[in-house]
Design a protein around this ligand. Structure first.
Ligand code: HEM
Ligand SMILES: CC(C)=CCC/C(C)=C/CC/C(C)=C/COP(=O)(O)OP(=O)(O)O
Length: 299
């Protein structure tokens, strides 16, 4: 007799929503929307809305396929053990079908309703997150998020391409900003959830190289990140609203990163410097991308 799979109750819509990592999606979609709204040409509102919807669906598909592939890891970490697959609320095949269907739909719709450039960058970002980051790098090297993090940096380029049909220097600098922002964003968090990753055998930097190296790397990545953040202003690609917000916001980021980088261990305070940097990293991107749009429309 072949062993039978335990029958799972039908998954709820909330479980499908959880597969898309909706909280992370908010910032991914926001940066995509700002890329679109900062472009020199405005698409028809229906096409613009469709483009943002496709970014959300594509990123949701990528998050779903990530959870389909690494349910074993998620089961070993406290932070992720309650996700639908490790918690046993959904079978893996449903997640796979949902992820592939959603991903294909988002790319085809982007290609047919918006343009092929935006569809091509969308498919690259989904494949980057799923194949390069999740399947190839995550379990192999502490540089996983440095390279794989590029996936999350594509949305501003997709938004701009959706509006104009091509890419340009400003959205490329926005790509660079998110790309260089990802290591401080993630390593700040990894410092305080290090034991989770160690238990699951994921080679994140604090696990394999230790806290001091991770802190130094956070400080080092902040330098080119700050340059990418401020550069659009002196280059004349944005005006004073973005320039002011980017300068003040980046100075605060650099200060928080410096505090983290110059410590050797974690403080006992309720708001540890690492936690403060992680939380601020999210607000920071919201502020800078918001300022980019404000500059384009108000200045
Ligand atoms: C490889 C790159 C990245 C890694 C490994 C990473 C990892 C994480 C992790 C582990 C969390 C913790 C909370 C959670 O599980 O939801 C988190 C939170 C978050 N990340 Fe990232 N992240 C990356 C890139 C990005 C990018 C590119 C964005 C958006 C542009 C982003 C936006 C967010 C947001 C908004 C949160 C807060 C979610 C909440 O409120 O719970 N992350 N990130
Ligand atoms: C447009 C498009 C396709 C964008 C997709 C890129 C995307 C969703 C980027 C966010 C990156 C992210 C959530 C990493 C989480 O790392 P993890 O998967 O290691 O985190 P976990 O431990 O919480 O699963």
């Amino acid at each position: 007799m072949t062993p039978t799979q335990p029958l799972l109750p039908p998954a709820d819509w909330r479980d499908f929503l959880a597969l898309t990592k909706p909280r992370v999606l908010t910032l991914v979609v926001f940066t995509g929307l700002c890329g679109l709204l900062a472009a020199p040409i405005m698409p028809d509102p229906v096409i613009g809305f469709t483009a943002i919807l496709c970014i959300a669906l594509g990123a949701g598909a990528a998050g779903t396929l990530n959870q389909w592939y690494e349910a074993d890891l998620d089961a070993m970490m406290r932070r992720t053990a309650q996700r639908p697959l490790p918690a046993g609320r959904m079978d893996r095949q449903s997640a796979l079908h949902f992820g592939v269907g959603l991903g294909a739909f988002s790319v085809i719709l982007m290609g047919l309703a918006v343009n092929y450039t935006a569809a091509a960058i969308l498919v690259v970002s989904i494949l980057f997150y799923v194949l390069i980051y999740t399947v190839w790098l995550k379990r192999r090297t502490p540089q996983n998020i440095v390279i794989g993090g590029a996936a999350g940096a594509f949305p501003p380029l997709i938004g701009w391409a959706a509006a104009t049909g091509h890419v340009a220097l400003l959205p490329f600098l926005m790509f660079l900003l998110v790309f260089l922002w990802t290591p401080p964003h993630f390593w700040a968090l990894a410092l305080f959830v290090k034991t989770d990753y160690a238990n699951a055998g994921v080679p994140m930097l604090p696990v394999v190289a230790g806290e001091v190296v991770t802190r130094r790397q956070i400080g080092l990545y902040t330098i080119p990140m700050a340059a990418a953040a401020v550069l659009p202003w002196p280059l004349g690609l944005t005006g004073a609203i973005y320039g002011g917000v980017a300068t003040v916001g980046t100075a605060l980021f650099a200060w928080y990163a410096l505090v983290v980088a110059t410590r050797r261990t974690q403080a006992d305070d309720a708001m540890k410097p690492e936690k403060r940097l992680f939380k601020y990293s999210i607000l920071y991107l919201f502020l800078l991308f918001g300022a980019l749009v404000a500059d384009r429309w108000l200045a």
